[in-house]
Design a protein around this ligand. Structure first.
Ligand code: SF4
Ligand code: ZN
Length: 120
């Protein structure tokens, strides 16, 4: 797994973690790398799903941010879920996880591959 993909997974995990903590009473991990822990069942399902989509992304390590993807492979329910998480946690990431937030912001400038640039 490339460093960027690992960072992207960490970023998603942290956003879901903040969301779960604020809305569902989930626990916050104590910082540092690693998967979010103490999520509620629903948020754990969303995190597992997001990680699976990243692992199976047709663009591989060349992927841009999912928010700017031309395909958007998430199913309707999970897409709505992750959008809600981003809306809630996105602004909080800048002070809770400034480095991840900055890198995610910069990743947003990567030119997203189009549908014809798939790995498969
Ligand atoms: S296909 Fe698009 S939405 Fe799905 S994981 Fe890859 S970049 Fe994200
Ligand atoms: Zn939750």
């Amino acid at each position: 797994m490339s460093g960027r993909i690992r960072r992207e997974k960490d970023c998603v995990a942290r956003m879901i973690e903040i969301y779960c903590h604020d809305l569902h009473g989930g626990g916050l991990s104590r910082g540092g790398p690693g998967p979010a822990d103490r999520l509620c069942e629903e948020c754990r399902g969303l995190l597992d799903y997001a990680n699976l989509r990243i692992d199976k992304c047709v663009f591989g390590s060349r992927k841009g941010t999912c928010a700017k993807c031309a395909i958007h492979c998430y199913n309707k329910t999970m897409r709505a879920g992750i959008k809600e998480v981003m809306r809630h946690s996105g602004p909080k990431m800048t002070y809770r996880h400034p480095w991840l937030s900055l890198m995610h912001f910069l990743d947003g400038f990567r030119k997203p591959p189009n549908r014809n640039n798939r790995n498969t």
